[in-house]
Write a protein that binds this ligand. Structure first.
Ligand code: ATP
Ligand code: FE
Length: 347
């Protein structure tokens, strides 16, 4: 059973071919980073046009690299939301065209489900498991009990950590994306010199907040500039180290609580922020203490890609899911509609 997966919900145009026995035959990602660079963020109209222009080529390349034609496929999966609506629509239309033209089943996939099911593709993890999805746009703990059974245990009430890393980099005049440059600067830093808060740790449950952390970092930066007339290399390093440590500690403590409330055998991460070594190490330690296995998929499967969409499509398909030509693109699409409270959360 072989699926084509198509992803176009943000600034990556991606297509991949994946088999039900977990082989990734191709995984093509065309990044739009260069197109949006001058604007300091993703411009939805530019993204939508670029997706529309690139989708056909990316799909063709994914099939060519897999050495397969449309007739070898069992179905087409596509991100149907959440995301920038123009891009999602472009992907859904592309997938509908292929499905209708080749007479293939169509399966719409929630982008977040794609991320959340990735450990099953990479490591064959069994349900249930805990997933921390932590990226530029998202931050949430999910209890994953089935291909369509997700319970949100908590998440950020404002910025996602990746966004906070990006904003900190901007404040310190470090290159974008901020995550890697903050991590690099933090390597020479002293995390203990500059005090930053640990937002929401005093509140029970798994909700998080990162915008206050960014504001506190801004204040510390301005205080240093006022006192010294400028920022030294060392100040940047210390601020980055303090910031990264604060994020790592908050994520680790919230993960500890999630595992305490739901003792499952695996803690997995996905999203670009999962690339951060200090954050990984902190989560790894929490998992080990709880007797759980820690799993971080390879980075190219942690960030947006078509393979996770093909895989989530296969999982839904095996459950009997089929979508028709009336499949709609949804800008907003929470994984679990009900806001499930955290049961018996540790304090
Ligand atoms: P989403 O996929 O949720 O829509 P996105 O496309 O912004 O959002 P990703 O591509 O998964 O998310 O991740 C990009 C984010 O990850 C950026 O904000 C980036 O700064 C952050 N990031 C990347 N590498 C690191 C790192 N080493 N440390 C911290 N953050 C990082
Ligand atoms: Fe994503």
């Amino acid at each position: 059973l072989i699926f084509l997966g198509i992803e176009s919900s943000c600034d990556d145009t991606a297509a991949a071919v994946v088999t039900a026995d977990r082989r990734i035959l191709s995984n093509v990602v065309s990044s739009q980073t260069a197109l949006h660079e001058a604007f300091g963020g993703v411009v939805p109209e530019i993204a939508a046009r670029a997706h529309a222009e690139r989708l056909d080529l990316v799909v063709e390349q994914a099939l060519a690299e897999a050495g397969l034609g449309l007739r070898d496929l069992a179905g087409v999966a596509v991100t149907a939301g959440p995301g920038l609506i123009g891009g999602v629509m472009a992907g859904v239309m592309c997938a509908k065209g292929i499905a209708a033209g080749a007479g293939l089943p169509l399966v719409g996939v929630n982008h977040l489900a794609g991320h959340a099911l990735t450990p099953r593709l990479t490591d064959g993890v069994e349900f249930p498991y805990l997933m921390l999805l932590v990226s530029g746009g998202h931050c949430q703990f999910l209890l994953v009990r089935g291909p369509e059974d997700f319970t949100r245990l908590g998440g950020t009430i404002d910025d996602a950590p990746g966004e906070a890393f990006d904003k900190l980099a901007k404040l310190l005049a470090l290159p974008q994306p901020g995550g890697p440059s903050v991590e690099a600067a933090a390597r020479d830093g002293d995390a203990g010199r500059i005090a930053l808060p640990r937002p929401l740790l005093d509140r029970p449950g798994c909700d998080m907040s990162f915008s206050g952390l960014k504001t506190a970092a801004l204040r510390q930066r301005d205080a240093l500039i006022a006192a010294q007339g400028g920022l030294r290399e060392r100040d940047r390093a210390d601020l980055c180290a303090a910031f990264q440590t604060a994020v790592a500690e908050v994520l680790a403590e919230k993960a500890r609580r999630a595992l305490a409330a739901h003792p499952v055998p695996v803690l997995a991460v996905a999203g670009g922020v999962a690339a951060n070594a200090q954050i990984r190490a902190a989560l790894q330690e929490v998992a080990a203490r709880a007797g759980a296995r820690f799993l971080a998929p390879p980075l190219r499967l942690c960030t947006d890609n078509g393979a996770m969409i093909a895989w989530a499509g296969i999982e839904r398909f095996r459950e009997g899911a089929r979508d028709g030509m009336d499949l709609v693109a949804r800008p907003r699409w929470p994984l679990d509609q009900g806001a499930a409270p955290m049961l018996g959360s540790g304090k």
